[in-house]
Write a protein that binds this ligand. Structure first.
Ligand SMILES: [Zn+2]
Length: 429
């Protein structure tokens, strides 16, 4: 029997146990925060994986270090090492897999505290990667440990993984683990990715991404006689104009029914990531008509939009320009395509975590979707696990900022929700 209603006794004793091990949880989070697992370039991953792996071993998990052999990102200087712990219950299924990425983005300017000092001040734990998302890793490990220390045995199986490279696409991290069969529908029933969602929000999925590059081609000439050449920059300007004044206003009218947070991200959008063309900024300039220019675009699309149409719309703008101006020569390249994913809000995983959050907060959590993508795409597309969500302490808009922090109380509260959820999903003996 799964999704069982837990007796008041069991609930209370586990919630109390989470509080009792709160200090231990926070001290582990401090240890993990002090390892600068910065990505790019992907530093200190072995230390990060060991820190998590040692704790999992101490708590009775069988652990595996999964090195992303064959991935271009995996180098001698910056090896890509993930860690996965498995603790079988009295039966192998159902199985619940908690995943958190332990890579953190570079520090950046503007810090008033040591970004790897893990200092606690006024109930906040500071450090790069605290909210995004080492706090989530600490919460899930100690959530399950609290169940054990309360003397309760889980019927199903728990797995916990710490993965790398989420911040750069997750290919040597969750994608690698899914491809190698460590996470997949043959063995995994539920996945909770412990990204920061805020303690009473559950994230069901994310929007789609289409990164593309447009290169325009002209003809070089002397800059004093530009009429003899064809400026690739002029061509690019024409395209940028149409993107800004035709495509953008049209995208702004398309709104998803999916509860993306923040609400401003419920609309389809496009952003220019970079533009290029002509001579390098530094160095000596020579008078030349630019013969090659271009830009890289980041188009975010909605669950309601069809990808082929998203691309066709871009292509049509380019073709229209070609039709108007025979000298308009371009190349369109796809750089990255991520389809939107959304877990069914009525599935067992979402209902179990919603009921658990309601026990802790007295109200149901808000169900949201993320404007940007995260590792859920790999779990769903490569691992074919249908029931996957994100839930964890920390607030997404803290992520990547100077003075990043997480509320200590939130880490503990989210661990309570995770513990109750694990018991509901896996059953107890
Ligand atoms: Zn993250």
């Amino acid at each position: 029997m799964t999704n069982q209603s837990l007796s008041l006794n069991i609930q209370e004793s586990v919630v109390r146990q989470v509080e009792e091990i709160g200090d231990e949880m926070i001290s582990f989070l401090q240890d993990l925060t002090r390892i600068p697992t910065i990505n790019p370039p992907g530093q200190n991953y072995i230390d990060g994986a060991r820190c998590i792996g040692n704790k999992l071993e101490e708590f009775g998990y069988e652990t595996h270090y999964i090195t992303a052999e064959g991935c271009a990102e995996h180098t001698e200087r910056n090896p890509r090492v993930n860690v996965l712990g498995r603790r079988e219950g009295t039966q192998p299924r159902p199985s619940l897999h908690f995943n958190g990425h332990f890579d953190v983005v570079p520090v950046g300017d503007g810090w008033t505290v040591d970004p790897f000092g893990a200092e606690i001040r006024d109930g906040k734990l500071y450090g790069r990667g605290t909210s995004d998302q080492k706090a989530g890793i600490a919460a899930s490990i100690f959530a399950v440990e609290a169940i054990r220390r309360a003397g309760i045995r889980l019927r199903g199986t728990v797995e916990q993984s710490g993965s790398v490279d989420e911040e750069s696409g997750g290919f040597a991290g969750v994608a690698y683990m899914a491809k190698q069969g460590w996470i997949g529908k043959d063995k995994t029933d539920f996945v909770i990715i412990t990204e920061p969602t805020d303690v009473n929000r559950v994230c069901l999925g994310h929007r789609g991404v289409y990164w593309f590059k447009v290169t325009t081609h002209g003809r070089i000439a002397h800059g004093s006689m530009p009429h003899l050449g064809i400026s690739a920059v002029d061509q690019l300007v024409d395209f940028l104009h149409d993107v800004t004044y035709q495509l953008k206003p049209s995208l702004a009218t398309r709104k998803t029914a999916v509860p993306v947070e923040p609400p401003g991200s419920r609309f389809a959008s496009i952003n220019v990531n970079s533009i290029f063309g002509g001579q390098a900024e530094e160095g000596t300039q020579t008078p030349c008509v630019v013969d090659r220019s271009g830009a890289i675009f980041d188009r975010r699309f909605l669950a309601e939009e069809d990808f082929e149409q998203v691309r066709a719309e871009v292509k049509k703008l380019l073709e229209d320009l070609s039709a108007k101006n025979p000298e308009f020569k371009y190349k369109l390249e796809d750089l990255m395509i991520v389809h939107p994913v959304q877990t069914n809000p009525k599935c067992e995983l979402v209902s179990s975590i919603s009921e658990s959050a309601e026990i802790i907060f007295g109200r149901r959590p808000m169900l949201t979707a993320s404007p940007g993508t995260y590792d859920q795409k790999h779990v769903v597309r490569l691992g074919s696990v249908e029931q996957c969500i994100a839930y964890g302490p920390g607030i997404l808009n803290q992520a990547h900022l100077p003075d990043e922090h997480v509320l200590v109380a939130d880490v503990i509260t989210s661990a309570k929700v995770m513990a109750l959820t694990a018991m509901k999903l896996l059953g107890t003996e």
